[in-house]
Design a binder for this molecule. Structure first.
Ligand code: B12
Length: 297
């Protein structure tokens, strides 16, 4: 039972836990702690595999890894018997866990943590309750000098790729068709991406141009793709007066049949020109879509 004979591939196959995750737990929690063979490859005991299986089942039930690794194997068994209320929302206890992974340069650990959290929460709650506040925490950490800008970029890229992957699985969507982007001086793009996911979950078709599209190109792209709506995101870094001027310009250039929607943390302060709609709060995207469908029924 205690002779280490199983390599990491066997453990991955037997437990359903990825190699990356096994290595991350080893670094983070000191368990499992495999011995090494003469080539330096990890070797696990049967007892370790058994405990990992138990831990996997408990995580699936909603327990947090931190608590499980601190418990001895016997109390794990009794936890399994307990009726549980899922312990949302965090795989890593708080945002500091994610910031630590960034500082350690542990990209695969970060990807696993985000992926697990997404699986646990489902896409909508992941966007609203993890990705949005975590993006703020990561941005703030950079501004306070707690992480480097390249670490923030790693986070943004991992989040983007995870969300793009999840959106691809959602498949073809119907009307309204939205063109999403930001105006030329607005570089903050994570809010736009999160809004795109929320719009897609409402069944809308989304075409994203990413950030910083010149106004005339927005108009051109909207016509080219025959969209129903142009949706723009504004962070609090964007001067509200400037936003109002650009929105009026854009509204004047576009046919009235194309709606113009705005959202993002910076929209509250913007005085809306006629013909521009604002989506606010968690339900913002869903409400705008619902309204559009009622008006176009
Ligand atoms: C993350 C972040 C960054 C990241 C951006 C990463 C990226 N690719 O987006 C990085 C680190 C790169 C960055 C850079 C900068 N930033 Co910055 N950043 C932030 C931070 C911390 C969070 C913004 C964010 O991502 N929010 C999370 C998203 C998910 O929320 P959201 O946009 O509200 O989106 C949600 C909804 O609103 C909605 N939604 C979004 N869009 C839309 C659209 C529609 C149509 C609808 C319906 C809904 C909708 O859906 C989302 C999910 O619910 C804020 C501070 C803060 N607390 O907000 C500062 C902040 C905005 N940044 C700031 C600054 C100054 C900058 C820089 C200029 C700093 C510098 N000196 O270089 C640069 C340059 C950026 C630029 N030129 O525009 C300041 C602005 C201050 C000001 N008023 O001028 C802030 C407020 C920080 C501060 N406290 O000083 N930043």
């Amino acid at each position: 039972m205690h002779t280490p004979r199983f390599n990491i591939t066997a453990v991955e196959r037997d437990t359903g836990l990825s190699k990356d995750l096994l290595r991350m737990w080893e670094r983070r929690y000191g368990f499992p702690s495999p011995q090494r063979d003469q080539h330096g490859e990890r070797l696990y005991t049967a007892a370790e595999i058994e405990r990992l299986r138990l831990i996997k089942r408990l995580i699936d039930k909603g327990f947090r890894p931190g608590k499980l690794f601190a418990s001895d194997p016997e109390s794990l068994e009794s936890l399994l018997a307990e009726p549980t209320t899922p312990q949302m929302p965090s795989v890593i206890e708080d945002w500091n866990g994610y910031l630590d992974l960034l500082r350690q340069g542990d990209i695969s650990g970060l990807r696993d943590a985000l992926q697990q959290q997404l699986m646990r929460q489902g896409l909508q709650s992941f966007v609203l309750d993890t990705a949005a506040p975590l993006s703020v925490a990561v941005g703030e950490a950079w501004m306070q000098g707690q992480i480097r800008i390249h670490e923030e970029h790693v986070y943004s890229e991992q989040l983007k790729s995870l969300l793009r992957q999840s959106m691809a699985v959602l498949g073809e969507r119907g009307r309204p068709t939205l063109l999403l982007t930001t105006v030329p001086d607005e570089e903050h793009g994570l809010g736009l991406l999160l809004a795109e996911v929320l719009f897609m979950l409402e069944g809308a078709r989304c075409i994203s141009l990413g950030t910083r599209t010149p106004l005339l190109d927005i108009v051109d792209a909207a016509a080219r793709h025959g969209v129903d709506v142009v949706a723009l995101s504004f962070s609090t870094s964007f001067p509200p007066r400037q936003a109002a001027i650009q929105l009026k310009e854009l509204r004047d250039y576009m046919p009235a049949s194309i709606e113009l929607w705005i959202g993002g943390a910076g929209t509250e302060r913007i005085v809306l020109p006629p013909g521009v709609k604002r989506g606010m709060g968690r339900q913002g995207p869903a409400q705008l879509i619902e309204e559009w469908r009622i008006n176009h029924a």
